[in-house]
Design a protein around this ligand. Structure first.
Ligand code: HEC
Ligand code: HEC
Ligand code: HEC
Ligand code: HEC
Length: 135
């Protein structure tokens, strides 16, 4: 092995010992907005991605698909945009055939559980909050 290769291996080992993942965790903060569904009244949703990676598993939100069925998340899988599969005109069941539908089911179901466990968050998580803050 060349010195360069050895050096790379050494750095990779150090990083993994330090617990620093080289995997792609995506953006830390996002503003989610449907593109395909072309809503007349855009309603962007704020989404602190990195914060969620501290309180939830990748598999709570990400999956892939095969033969029209959702395939559970596997580490290192390619991560697509929700709208790649969830859009009007896809053969998805109703309620899942839009970004809004897929996101609402995923985001809201979990937030409901969060509020059950932490009632003090009920106000912060009321109605369309904290996802669609008023401008
Ligand atoms: C609470 C839900 C949630 C969790 C937990 C979560 N993500 Fe995400 N992630 C999302 C959403 C929503 C998007 C935006 C998808 C889109 O643009 O349609 C996203 C986007 C991404 C992207 C960018 C994809 C692209 O098209 O550019 C990557 C990479 C990613 N996530 C990786 C991860 C990894 C790795 C983990 C676990 C360590 C994780 N995510 C945990 C919800 C989540
Ligand atoms: C590669 C295609 C694909 C991508 C990308 C994808 N999904 Fe899905 N999703 C599916 C399929 C297929 C199903 C199963 C639909 C059915 O029940 O018939 C599904 C099901 C779901 C369900 C129903 C519950 C479940 O887990 O089965 C939710 C909620 C959901 N997706 C949300 C999301 C969100 C949010 C994103 C983006 C972070 C996303 N999906 C990205 C294909 C995808
Ligand atoms: C698996 C569970 C889960 C899912 C799925 C989930 N969240 Fe959350 N979300 C949480 C938890 C837990 C918190 C932190 C609650 C607290 O403050 O202790 C949170 C907090 C938030 C906050 C407030 C962050 C802050 O600054 O305090 C926003 C905004 C938010 N989520 C948006 C979303 C959106 C948008 C989605 C869907 C794309 C989503 N969440 C999906 C569990 C989830
Ligand atoms: C837990 C987070 C969360 C809550 C709560 C929530 N939404 Fe959403 N909503 C989203 C996400 C994520 C999307 C998909 C991205 C987008 O299009 O903004 C979305 C999409 C939408 C869209 C489609 C907008 C478009 O441009 O395509 C509408 C309309 C909408 N939401 C209305 C509401 C209303 C009204 C409420 C309250 C009664 C609400 N949502 C509560 C997260 C949430």
């Amino acid at each position: 092995m060349s010195r360069k290769v050895l050096m790379c291996v050494f750095v990779a080992v150090c990083l993994s010992i330090a617990g620093i993942s080289i995997a792609d965790n995506g953006p830390a903060d996002m503003v989610l907005q449907a593109e395909k569904d072309k809503a007349k009244k855009p309603k962007p949703a704020v989404f602190p991605h990195a914060k969620h990676q501290e309180v939830a598993e990748c598999a709570d939100c990400h999956h892939s698909a095969k033969d029209g069925k959702a395939v559970p998340y596997q580490e290192g899988q390619e991560i697509g945009k929700c709208e790649d599969c969830h859009y009007k005109g896809s053969s998805m069941p109703k309620k899942l055939d839009s970004y809004k539908g897929a996101a609402h089911q995923n985001c809201k179901d979990c937030h409901k559980k969060v509020v059950e466990e932490k009632p003090e968050l009920a106000e912060k998580f009321a109605k369309c909050m904290p996802c669609h803050p008023k401008k």
